[in-house]
Design a protein around this ligand. Sequence first.
Ligand code: F0G
Length: 458
Amino acid sequence: MKIPFAENYKIKMVEPIYRSTREEREKWIREARYNLFNLKSSQVYIDLLTDSGTGAMSDRQWGAMMTGDESYAGSSSFFNLKEKVKDLFGFEYMLPVHQGRAAENVLFSVLVKEGDVVPGNSHFDTTKGHIEFRKAKALDCTVSQAFDTENDFPFKGNVDINQLKLVLETYPREQVPLIVLTITCNSSGGQPVSMENIRKVKELADIYDVPLVFDSARFAENAWFIQQREKGYQEKTIKEIVREMYSCADGMTMSSKKDGIVNMGGILAMNRAEWYEKATVFNIMYEGFVTYGGMAGRDMNAMSVGLDEVTESEYLETRIKQVHYLGEQLIDYGIPIQKPIGGHAIFVDAKRFFPHVPVEEFVAQTLAIELYLEAGIRGVEIGTLLADRDPATHLNRYPTLEFLRLAIPRRTYTNNHMDVVAAGLKNIFDRRDQVKHGYTIEYEAPIMRHFTVGLKKF
Ligand code: F0G
């Protein structure tokens, strides 16, 4: 008999979770105005809202926290992390920040000005937010395959090279301060970018003399997919692949709450001394002194160890196999999801799941609420609520795809929990024809409305 694959860890500490009743959940979600962000975590049984800052640290990471150096300036924790970043990504300069969006804020304060355009592959919301906040534009050049959930293209995070070329030909160099490549591409479903595509983007960037920066939240998961799916990479280690990927980048922003496997933190790193000098000023203003930014010494220590662990094949195999374990069950049940299955989450195609619910009634949010009511599981809407209104016309923007994202925290839940998620979704899918209506908005904020929106039943 073949020995089955199992997790590369055993559990040393547990946290109880409460399995509520449907009556309780009906009351709680009503009180939360049908917004899952308003729920208390104690009202959630399995929390798949995000994989950001929600993972479990290892005993090595907790051990490293005890030896954190909390000196204001020049701490050993900073130098440990700086060395790790140099080793792994090849960048000379590194600034710690409190999370990913802070790295974007600092870097874009240096590079982005009004009227600029920043091409990339489906920029994450905060990246787009920081670009638009500066009255610049984020131009999405993702390959078209990403917008067809049934298409099995293995690198749906890729940039459409012709589209990027067109952007670089259209706008003058002074108006394109950088290209942002998000690896893996969260918004398109945790989908990877191939090494071949990275190289092609870099070639174009060089021809047009535009710097290339990687949004690196899930860089190790991207490397795993290159190792698994791209010809010529099977024999390379994850660390070798990461080094090769980053040999094409001029800099990186990173939320370490994902592939840093810590609960809070981030970095900005680069090789260009002139960027570093300018970024230092903004870092001190917004984050903290250059050797701690937004992070405590103990957190920098935990991140250094996290970067080591996240680039081990055994860890990545465990991680990605769990996401695929859930995804494959859903595919077996006929539930429509973004294919192929990505790295950190399952993206359920809500329009195809609930064909009778109009998009005007927030179909992906409707599915998120149903899943909470059915089994106490919290996912997140990646659809019309998140897409917000057009700033000029104030009309709702309806994205091509309406997703319910089920993001799986690292090393946190077991496959039994995944079985609960799959069964919950299947029960709803079996009675999907009975769900004909969704929700309307009662209250919304002028920007980033999905966090605080209040809804009522249609
Ligand atoms: N870039 C990507 C690709 C992200 O997924 C995120 C966060 C950020 C940047 C910003 O990082 O939260 O540390 O400020 N994504 C989380 C999520 C919030 O749930 O996908 P942050």
